[in-house]
Design a protein around this ligand. Structure first.
Ligand code: ZN
Length: 248
């Protein structure tokens, strides 16, 4: 019958000698002692048990549960229900980590790579991150306002193309322009920006705001406090004021 010394078994199963010794001490593996040299020896059954232990450890099982499984020679259906529970725990952990990762990425959007702001600004950044969720609500409300107007515009254009008369387009055009100007002005009034370099809040003048290159949530602006030009994150002015007044 094949016999393994501790080092051979460790090599065979790609684990450390210390791990084998620990499992042996905890009674998870059966071994015999060589009386001549005092070394432990393991048989093929112990090797098989070790392979099972390592597999179940990977699934997140606790050693005391694995020991019970091995001792009672349980059927696979017991392992199945334990895997189910362990998989559920892993899914919950992944979910929690995804939320944490998303939050951390949000923080980094507000903090520039070369930020010179002191550590205590992190608390303000937390407020901006929270506020950023509210900004999504503002963006959605803008989309809901624009959609019906875009539909009217599209209908007028199609009608003009089918009838080959430009009157529907001409009637709608002034209202479209007025709507666009009004919406732009309302958006400008609602938004303020956070400088990622010094964490100060910026309210650019309307011309600088209009001409700045931008994404849906950032605008490239020059900060009046640190004078750096960077992509500043937008926050909802109304939401921020509500938070500040609560803190006072
Ligand atoms: Zn700045």
């Amino acid at each position: 019958m094949t016999q393994y010394q501790t080092g051979d078994l460790a090599k065979c199963c790609n684990v450390s000698i210390r791990t084998i010794q620990y499992y042996d001490k905890k009674g998870l593996l059966a071994s015999t002692k060589n009386e001549e040299n005092g070394r432990r020896r393991f048989d093929a059954k112990s090797k098989q048990d070790l392979e099972i232990i390592l597999m179940l450890k990977r699934f997140g099982f606790r050693l005391k549960d694995i020991k019970k499984l091995l001792a009672e020679n349980n059927k696979l259906k017991t392992v199945r229900s334990m895997i189910e529970q362990s998989a559920l725990d892993i899914e919950q952990e992944i979910y929690k980590n995804q939320i944490l990762l998303s939050e951390m990425k949000q923080f980094n959007k507000f903090i520039g790579k070369e930020s010179k702001a002191p550590l205590n600004k992190l608390l303000e950044t937390k407020q901006y991150v929270t506020n950023n969720d509210n900004l999504n609500t503002l963006t959605r409300s803008i989309i809901y306002q624009v959609l019906p107007v875009a539909l009217i515009q599209y209908t007028a254009l199609v009608t003009s193309l089918i009838t080959k008369k430009w009157l529907p387009c001409l009637i709608v055009l002034p209202f479209m322009i007025a709507f666009a100007i009004n919406l732009t002005h309302l958006t400008y009034k609602r938004l303020i920006y956070v400088c990622p370099n010094c964490q100060e809040v910026i309210k650019p003048n309307i011309m600088a705001w209009l001409l700045a290159s931008h994404t849906p949530k950032t605008r490239k602006l020059q900060c009046p406090h640190c004078h750096e030009t960077s992509h500043c994150m937008a926050i909802d002015k109304r939401m921020k004021l509500t938070k500040s007044s609560k803190q006072m």
